[in-house]
Design a protein around this ligand. Structure first.
Ligand code: CP
Ligand code: NVA
Length: 323
């Protein structure tokens, strides 16, 4: 019986050193790719003759492009399987789908709705599942975001991230990844929206190891005090479209702006991040398009290199992330 593969599920399953290694490899792949030199054959032929499948039942720009690009970089053939392309959910169960796709491909990048779908895929797949967004986690984004912070500040230790937004997939993984990297994380949500208890308790465990702390707020001005990085995400996540009207009302006063940063006392060199796609209500144009503040486009590009680090760690090196 072959051993079970290791999957990329969330930041909770990684050690601090493993996250650190994925972040370093992300920046390594960026330098290698940007050098214009061909990748060494140990990379460019690592997945030659193999297929990398992308089972996506939600739309995507960055995750799709970065996973396909990373697959090609390793010599693999990316195969995009959207919700209208395969039998899953209409004629076929998750169990049957996991067994069949994993029997023919080297790994599965999976973008799904509920986290239970990721768990089911992981249980039955014979190849690594790379969680490419579910309602609870977005690990590829978190790896990217820590790499982007390191790139912008030259360090992570001792910084502070202020999250002004919703409490689901992106911040769940960013909070844990930030704490693992020595970054204090202030999470500000509207009243009535709370960070999940399992993230708060996971954060407490990581804090004991790194000394970085998570704080919870409902007042954005309080959260941005002494922050180095202001971050947000959409207020209406995919699948929540029916709640849009109510959520936009709930988030009134949460738009990130120069004024919010100044009034709240963010550190003078603060930067802005957003996983994208972005809507204007979440962040004022005077921040989003201010190249001296906003690192959103470098952050988006870094998704490619994080996908490379994930393929190397979970597929080529079979989950030995410290190799
Ligand atoms: N940030 C992110 O995951 O973007 P996509 O939804 O476009 O993949
Ligand atoms: N929270 C967002 C992230 C998109 C990348 C969503 O789930 O739609």
């Amino acid at each position: 019986m072959p051993s079970k593969p290791r999957h990329l599920i969330s930041m909770l399953e990684l050690s601090n050193d493993e996250l650190h290694s994925l972040v370093s490899r992300t920046l390594h792949f960026k330098a290698q790719f940007k050098s214009g030199k061909p990748a060494p054959e140990s990379v460019s032929k690592a997945l030659a003759g193999q297929t990398v499948s992308l089972v996506f039942n939600k739309r995507s720009t960055r995750t799709r492009i970065s996973s396909e690009g990373a697959a090609v970089y390793f010599g693999g053939h990316p195969m995009f399987l959207g919700r209208d392309d395969i039998q899953l959910g209409v004629n076929e169960s998750m169990y049957d789908t996991a067994r069949v796709i994993s029997s023919m491909t080297s790994c599965i990048f999976a973008r799904v709705g509920p986290h239970s779908d990721i768990q089911e895929l992981c249980q039955h797949s014979s190849v690594p599942i790379i969680n490419s967004l579910c309602d609870t986690y977005h690990p590829l984004q978190a790896i990217t975001d820590i790499a982007s912070i390191k790139e912008a500040f030259g360090k992570t230790q001792g910084l502070k991230v202020a999250w002004i937004g919703d409490a689901n997939n992106v911040i769940n993984d960013l909070a844990i990844a930030g704490l693992r990297s020595g970054i204090d994380v202030a999470v500000c949500t509207p009243k009535g929206i709370k960070l999940d208890a399992h993230i708060v308790s996971g954060a407490a465990e990581v804090s004991k190891q790194t000394g970085a702390v998570l704080t919870l707020h409902h007042d954005p001005l309080e959260a941005v005090k002494n922050a180095d990085i202001l971050v947000t995400d959409t207020w209406v996540s995919m699948g929540q479209e029916e709640e849009a009207k109510q959520k936009l009302k709930q988030f009134s006063g949460f738009q990130i702006s120069q004024k919010m940063a100044t009034d709240g006392g963010a550190n003078p060199g603060w930067k802005f991040m957003h996983c994208l796609p972005r809507h204007q209500e979440e962040v004022h144009d005077n921040v989003f398009y201010d190249e001296s503040r906003s690192i959103v486009f470098a952050e988006a590009e870094n998704r490619l290199y994080a996908a490379m680090a994930a393929i190397e760690g979970f597929v080529v090196n079979k989950g030995d992330l410290l190799k």
